[in-house]
Design a protein around this ligand. Structure first.
Ligand SMILES: [Zn+2]
Length: 254
């Protein structure tokens, strides 16, 4: 995916945003290296988290007619959300981020381990196990046999067995993941807001290391799962998808 972004150095020098928007490919680390037509080389850090961007890409894939790619992306988004939640819960305990990174290396290649860590990290904070979606079952998908099987099997079939879901199945799975992440994000905001902000801004710190003297700026793009967007707690999945249809042409470049 490419994003349309302005040059922040032109903005600074001219006092207003430049008319020229550059199309820059989104990288895994969320940092955009930009060189404008005036030769300014700058770095822009996307404030949104990895799980948000993955979920956004997944829903765009769904809108573009690729339900299998969408479901795979939604599953990846949820795994990265659990990582984000664990990192936040560690930060709340005063654990240094470098210690978190060292520990994460030990579980980085196995998502089942990561899920286990999430369950107990959540319980240390809340005193109860977290809500989970693995054993939930689809309730309203016509023409498919998933009604009797849990979502965990759906996810594994898509990710590991090449199962090709229908658009309505991917939509229902998206709604499930969206509501689950939303519920947990609200819980994190209410219980760990300081740690949450600290972890959320860690990308900017990485940008400072990478910038090597270049101008650094941060940029926020709307995503379906942005907790800082107005109306986040009340917005339904279908409402969020409708809003994405509106802002997609302005923000994203195929
Ligand atoms: Zn410029």
């Amino acid at each position: 995916m490419k994003l349309r972004v302005p040059c922040m150095q032109c903005f600074q020098e001219q006092g207003h945003p430049s008319d020229e928007l550059m199309s820059v490919e989104l990288r895994d680390d969320g940092l955009l290296n930009i060189t404008c037509q005036n030769g300014h080389a700058t770095v822009t850090a996307i404030q949104e988290q990895k799980y948000e961007l993955l979920f956004e890409l997944a829903v765009m894939a769904l809108l573009d007619g690729y339900p299998r790619e969408a479901a795979t992306g939604m599953a990846a988004s949820l795994e990265r959300f659990y990582e984000f939640a664990i990192r936040t819960l560690c930060a709340k305990r005063g654990i240094d981020d470098s210690a978190f990174i060292a520990a994460w290396k030990l579980v980085a290649n196995q998502s089942e381990r990561q899920f286990g860590v999430f369950i107990f990290a959540y319980m240390l904070e809340a005193g109860t196990p977290p809500p989970t979606i693995d054993e939930a079952k689809p309730t309203h998908i016509a023409g498919q046999d998933w009604k009797n099987r849990p979502w965990k099997e759906f996810r594994n079939s898509v990710v590991h067995k090449g199962y090709m879901p229908s658009v309505s199945e991917a939509m229902a799975y998206g709604e499930l993941v969206f509501n689950h992440i939303k519920e947990l994000t609200i819980w994190l905001s209410e219980n760990c807001s300081e740690a949450l902000n600290k972890v959320a801004f860690s990308r900017v710190a990485v940008a400072h290391n990478e910038a090597a003297g270049r101008l650094i700026s941060t940029m926020s793009i709307p995503t379906l799962l942005s907790r800082t967007r107005e109306g986040f707690p009340a917005r339904t999945f279908m409402q969020a998808v409708e809003e994405l249809k509106q802002y997609k042409p302005r923000m994203h470049h195929p």
